[in-house]
Design a protein around this ligand. Sequence first.
Ligand code: NAD
Length: 384
Amino acid sequence: MTVLVGVAKEAAAGERRVALTPDVVGRLGSVGAQLAVEAGAGAGAGFPDADYEKAGATVLGPGQAFERADVVACVGLPDPARLRAGSTVVGLLQPLLRPQLMEELAARGVTAVSLDGLPRTLPRAQAMDALSSQASAAGYKAVLVATEHFGRYFPLLITAAGTSKPAEVLVLGAGVAGLQAIGTARRLGAVVRAYDVRPAAKGEVQSLGAHFVELSSVGPAAGEGGYARALTAEEQAAQQAELEGHIARHDIVITTAQVPGRRPPELVTAAAVAAMRPGSVLVDMGASDLGGNVAGSVPAEAVVTANGVTIVGAGDLPSRLATSASAAYARNLTALLGHLLADGALHIDLGDEITAGVVVTHGGTVVHPATAAALTHPQPTEAP
Ligand code: NAD
């Protein structure tokens, strides 16, 4: 028996990534899966149909992935109406941010599997950690995007034509994306400082040769599972006020702060932006329809403020590094499928820690406890 895994072109506007790439076709075959991609699905990430065919995948016409596949592999959630009863959808579905859509999938008889819920600290889950692979791509690209909008060199340059001071970069949020941004900015020769609410981040920042910024007004805010907890309104206001002076002293500010299941916390207020020097650049990795880390950021756009500061709304950075991000994502997804498939069929054993973390809907119900809880107690995810 073989499971047919289908890939359609991603639904979100501007999304260039593809869920599975030609180089995982062999590995999928070894775990009992056959890949079928809709024509052009990989084109945005640099994977033409011919490469899929050469690797042994089938190329389908428009819409056929949804009609034929047992498992639809995606990056972001496709239109639930396109998913067949009895099929499975696997991707980064953000179930905590849209529990109603998960309920709709359950009602349609679709099994939804989301890589967001992976227990990432389990060593055997690390090959499946798509949040980390995509955050890493985003952190790297954030720095390159900043260089495009910044009118000066990043490194210290001493030349016959004069001396150029190194750029001063501040990274707010030092998780996977933030650490990758720190490393990338350091490699370009910038002076880098970083801040995070989790005390564990300090040593990681320093080990990359960056300075850790301590705030006296906000205590440690580590939450569950290695993530940050949401700050109270008072803590957030104190944080914003104390960060303002630090932000004004930097040329480049890259924000990566996230709290699972919540809209991104606002770290940079309009007043902080107004206090920055002309020519400074903010890259807001949290920018989405739900808001972002920076007041005034617009998703997928670069806005120049009245005081000459560029704010880049950069919630789409993995898509801007589509080839590498897709290649890593495809390997993560293939590792997960290898875990869920046995004897050419999908086996959902909710007694297994990895499976219980990722399976959101199954057998007509929302089986993922955190998503079920979000249905009864919605989080404040609306933009302020
Ligand atoms: P994330 O994307 O949820 O958040 C990014 C960063 O924003 C985090 O470091 C978080 O602390 C920070 N943040 C949130 N609110 C903030 C605020 N108000 N001010 C400043 N910073 C704020 O995090 P992530 O990158 O996915 O990493 C989450 C955790 O998971 C980290 O502890 C990381 O080390 C851990 N992790 C472990 C493994 C592993 O063990 N294999 C793999 C991946 C991640």
